[in-house]
Design a protein around this ligand. Structure first.
Ligand SMILES: Cc1cc2nc3c(=O)[nH]c(=O)nc-3n(C[C@H](O)[C@H](O)[C@H](O)COP(=O)(O)OP(=O)(O)OC[C@H]3O[C@@H](n4cnc5c(N)ncnc54)[C@H](O)[C@@H]3O)c2cc1C
Length: 327
């Protein structure tokens, strides 16, 4: 257990202190190697965050089994921008960046697996991801800017469970499987069942996201991604859409269509998927998909957009993406 004092300059964001050089460094673009960032000015004078830094998955789940209230931390790009009240409540954390089993991208039979603490920079640079799942690489390039992509992790994006998280519709469209770890061992959750409400996930107390498995798409499958924001970088989505599927004998045999920022959680657009199954791609099918998609979502007005605009944008984006299937 390492105690990080809010007023301790050595543990603030900034160049790593001399002592951290002794710790294992991650490759370029990795989210690790930096001391746990603690914003002293956001915390009451004299308050502390107690941090455990496990060096293996076994050690991590043992800590979580003993104290399920430990808050997992990865890149901290979401955690550290929460308000002072939330930070005050966060007094015990478990830093996952030193756990090797949670890092990296590897090919497995039938797909690839991405460790939860893999950063978006690593994902966008990965040849394996770009070859098989270009829409995930594309989404990774749209998360914040380069500095955020260097620290932000896929597991953090998932567990943070913002309805606007850019990778989340992609994982839905790609039919990902989440491998979670806890004191009881590993279990798998289809990604379609991972988000269960506004910022709520199927993780049980003391469980963490260990990795995500992406099954390869069949040869000739199509996939597409589109984010609508205020600008190209550093913009949270007003609407974000991903799709994947396949054509057989000139008709849409399967379409998985998913969207973010249009409901309390990222959603599959099942009515639109169903409506176009068996249809030939083209303008009428694209119109139908757009209309159904706009009908089935429940967007809200907030600081970034209005419900009306989101519905309008979703219809247009889905229509254009489904038109793109036609080639
Ligand atoms: C300036 C800025 C711009 C941003 N732009 C975007 C954007 O364009 N698109 C976008 O989607 N997001 C954006 N974000 C949000 C953020 O960068 C992402 O959600 C990021 O992926 C979070 O990952 P992290 O590793 O930093 O998570 P952290 O902040 O470390 O953790 C986030 C949450 O996940 C939990 N957690 C982390 N890892 C695990 C795990 N393995 N298992 C269980 N729980 C875990 C933590 O307890 C916490 O609740 C932005 C953030 C900032 C500050």
């Amino acid at each position: 257990m390492r105690r990080l004092h809010a007023g301790d300059r050595d543990h603030r964001l900034g160049p790593p202190p001399a002592q951290s050089r002794a710790e294992p460094r991650r490759g370029p673009g990795g989210a690790g190697g930096q001391p746990l960032p603690v914003h002293g000015d956001l915390r009451r004078a004299g308050s502390v965050i107690a941090a455990v830094r496990p060096r293996s998955l076994d050690e991590a789940v043992r800590h979580l089994g003993e104290d399920p209230a430990l808050v997992p931390t990865a890149g901290c790009t979401d955690l550290m921008v929460r308000g002072p009240e939330a930070l005050h409540r966060m007094d015990r954390v478990i830093d996952l960046l030193g756990v090797p089993e949670l890092r990296g991208i590897r090919e497995v039979e039938g797909g690839i697996e991405i460790g939860s603490t893999t950063s978006f920079s690593e994902i966008r640079r990965s040849a394996a991801v770009r070859a098989a799942f270009p829409i995930l690489a594309e989404a990774a390039t749209m998360v914040g800017g380069w500095q955020i992509q260097n620290r932000a992790t896929l597991g953090g994006n998932m567990a943070n469970a913002s309805p606007a998280g850019d990778s989340l519709p992609v994982l839905l469209a790609l039919d990902a499987v989440v491998v979670v770890a806890g004191a009881q061992g590993l279990r798998e959750i289809p990604y379609a069942d991972f988000h269960i409400g506004y910022r709520r996930t199927a993780l049980r107390p003391g469980e963490i996201v260990a990795r995500v498995r992406l099954p390869y798409l069949p040869a000739g499958a199509f996939q597409a991604f589109r984010k609508v924001g205020t600008r190209e970088a550093q913009a949270i989505s007003k609407v974000v859409v991903a799709l994947a599927g396949r054509i057989e004998e000139g008709r849409i045999a399967e379409l998985r269509l998913a969207a973010g920022s249009v409901a309390a959680m990222p959603v599959r657009l099942r009515a639109a998927e169903e409506a176009v199954r068996g249809q030939a791609p083209g303008p009428e099918t694209a119109d139908l998909a757009g209309r159904e998609a706009a009908r089935e979502v429940t967007p809200i007005d907030d600081v970034r957009s209005t419900a009306d605009y989101r519905r309008f944008a979703l219809e247009r984006v889905v229509r254009r993406m489904v038109m793109g299937i036609a080639g």
